[in-house]
Write a protein that binds this ligand. Structure first.
Ligand code: ZLV
Ligand code: CA
Ligand code: ZN
Length: 390
């Protein structure tokens, strides 16, 4: 079968549940859980499931989610129904939890949240229990959710829950976020601790791009004696960054962080809205460039929790996450760039039927990141890391 076998010397676990894919945010909403169906189709058609331990994600329990979120907020998510959006007596509560156009109430909302969160918690536990070296949950990565409110299409912060599991065993965890948006919810959750180093690469334009946080000089609590001081790293970018510059920047920043911080485990959020042609994004990355960041992170040889995130052009999201799965099982060189005939919904990948269409050429966005701007980012971050060492 395709020649895809288990990777030598390490184990990859894959966490998914088809029930997640069936949820709908609403027809005009950009978040389409259906992109997970396409991802699964590609992973199966290439035979990658033969190389991994597959687990059906279970729903996270209320108590597990309450390790981060308040019981009031979770209770609200559990009982709210779409009709409450119109009910006047609920409107204050709905507003207080930031429910609205970005984060609507839809059928099965609590089930959706507990399933994607359960996948990430399960994946983290596989790493902690030494049953996996790399654990993947493409349905997770919902980095904007806060302790007591929804934000930016995210309701429950599965990443925070996963990191809390890893912290039971590892003294230091490093979080890396390549979604085009700032990973504000994860940054905020660990703002005051030195046990998590958060690193987000994102488009930054304070007033015109969501969520407006993540400036280069936003690095943790300002008081130098607060343990979290300098343990948030932000890599603010402008429109149009391309593969070569992004990968060079990624390697420079991540290698310096690992050298200084010496984490015991890595959590990688692979938001695919940093690809070219994304409906919401404004970068020019190709599937290969995005994947190269995953490949580089893997070479660090640390236990790795890999989650999804944003990504609003479903065909390209699935291309990226299937390619990245192949990288994580060490089979990228064994998969045919021509998408197999056996893929259901193969018409989605027309006209090229390639895993690697030239996204950066298809909707070229002018690159507003000068070499000087990028060099300054690296120099400033290295300086910050020098101070972090104490
Ligand atoms: O990819 O939204 O800009 C992880 C992730 O990082 C906003 N929201 C907020 C602030 C005021 N607004 C606009 C509210 C619009 C509500 C509906 C859309 C509907 C159609 C098309 C685009 C959007 C939209 N919303 C684009 N950007 C937003 C952001 C939230 C982005 C979340 C990214 C989530 C999963
Ligand atoms: Ca990011
Ligand atoms: Zn995003």
């Amino acid at each position: 079968h395709n020649g895809i076998t288990r990777p030598k010397g390490y184990t990859v676990s894959y966490h998914a549940n088809p029930a997640v894919e069936a949820h709908h945010f609403g027809s005009s909403h950009p978040m389409k859980p259906w992109r997970l169906v396409l991802t699964k189709e590609l992973v199966l058609a290439y035979g990658m499931h033969h190389a991994m331990d597959l687990y059906l994600s279970r729903a996270a329990t209320f108590e597990e989610m309450a390790e981060f979120h308040t019981e009031d907020y979770l209770e609200f998510l559990r009982q709210v129904i779409p009709a409450d959006m119109e009910a006047a007596e609920q409107s204050d509560r709905i507003a207080s939890y930031n429910i609205g156009d970005d984060c609507p109430i839809f059928d099965g909302l609590f089930n959706y949240c507990s399933l994607y969160a359960g996948g990430t918690v399960d994946a983290a536990r596989k790493l902690v229990n030494n049953q996996a070296d790399i654990a993947i949950n493409w349905s997770g990565g919902l980095h904007h959710a806060k302790k007591t409110e929804a934000s930016g299409f995210c309701y429950v912060n599965d990443i925070v829950l996963g990191i809390l599991q890893l912290l039971r065993f590892h003294p230091r965890v490093m979080y890396i976020d390549i979604d085009v948006h700032h990973g504000d919810g994860v940054e905020q959750a660990f703002w005051s601790t030195d046990r998590v180093l958060t690193v987000s690469f994102h488009k930054y334009d304070k007033d015109n791009f969501f969520p407006g946080t993540g400036a280069l000089d936003s690095n943790g609590p300002s008081h130098p004696l607060n343990p979290g001081s300098r343990h948030a790293i932000n890599v603010p970018l402008n429109d149009g960054i391309e593969d070569g510059d992004y990968l060079q920047l990624f390697k420079a920043v991540i290698s310096s962080c690992v050298e200084t911080y010496n984490p015991g485990a890595i959590v990688l959020q692979c938001g695919a809205d940093s690809l070219g042609c994304d409906r919401l994004g404004c970068f020019n990355l190709n599937v290969t460039g995005h994947g190269a960041c995953v490949a580089y992170t893997k070479t660090l040889g640390l236990p790795m929790l890999v989650v999804g995130g944003g990504g609003y052009t479903p065909r390209n999201v699935s291309r990226a996450w299937a390619h990245e799965t192949s990288i994580l099982i060490d089979a990228a060189d064994k998969i045919d760039p021509n998408i197999p005939d056996t893929v259901t919904f193969r018409n989605q990948f027309a006209p090229d039927y390639s895993l690697f269409p030239p996204l950066s050429e298809m909707r070229k966005i002018e690159n507003k990141n000068s070499k000087q701007y990028l060099n300054n980012l690296v120099a400033t971050i290295r300086e910050q890391l020098r101070y972090m060492q104490g």
